[in-house]
Design a protein around this ligand. Sequence first.
Ligand SMILES: *Cc1c(COP(=O)(O)O)cnc(C)c1O
Length: 341
Amino acid sequence: MMDVTTFFRDNIRRLTPYSTARDEYTGSIGIYLDANESPYDNGTNRYPDPRQRALKQELARIKGVAPEQIFAGNGSDEAIDLMFRIFCTPGVHNAVSIAPTYGMYQVAADINNVEMRQVQLNPDFGLDADRLLAATDADTRLVFICSPNNPTGNCFSPEAVLSVAQRFNGIVVVDEAYIDFADNPGFVAVLPQYPNLVILQTMSKAWGMAALRLGLAIADARIIEVMNRVKYPYNINAVTQAMALERIKDAAGPEVAEIKEQRQLLARELAQCPCVQKVYPSDANFLLVRVDNARALYTLLTDNGIIVRDRSRVQGCEGCLRITVGTPEQNQRVIQILKGV
Ligand SMILES: *Cc1c(COP(=O)(O)O)cnc(C)c1O
């Protein structure tokens, strides 16, 4: 089995992290005169837990992994950026991603001065593992696969994804931001067999916590340990930790069933609109829809106060709008407008 520690940048492997006052003393009662905080309790005067222990306990429970396998970030974007900073030497190493896909991988690569090689999906948005691997070379450290993919909406075949993980000598990042809306459980369960997999998930979509900024990486504990060393010490603020913890404990589960039902209904109704050419199958909480005149429909919807995402200039998504599944009322409004075209 491959040794994932060989992929860390040398400076990262040598790094001595900043040690917070609360890293050194981890008891819970006492008089805290160690962190130069205000002593007056107003609910916000203390630094938050840099290791997010209570939150990770609950996250580990709902994800079915050990707390040591979870990194909590200020949105998934933090975890994406950390992948480049931990594994890629700027100007030396490169990364490979599918296309079309989520724009942040490219932006994070550009910020870190890492070459990003994009490999177009098949015309039906399927993943060709051989073509993806053919774009890698000895300096490729990261491969990004988003499944369910944004903006195409589909999951990739587990065989194709795992074949990449098996054959690639580097880290495979599988972004599962939308996995709660899919009918398959994703790749968390196979992590023990694929130590080079890093799975990204988020509390922003199905869990309805986009405002709190809480993204997760789930991976081999040795990778998570390094992510924790490199992150800003207090990257998850106290309000986010407390509110997320409460939501996870209270919620019977995210409101996924209704969204999936609405997705089906919206897809069926959209397919009947004369201006709609194709509604792509979706495992996510949005639909990619090919229409006759994307720009005109985008403007028409905007004029009616409905904002969707125009993806018509994205290679592979020509003529397409991406429509998030809303409440039943919101979806009816979209259908009403498009039926009139
Ligand atoms: C929305 C989304 C995320 C989540 O980003 P956060 O920073 O966690 O809100 C991650 N990946 C993809 C592909 C997304 O579409």
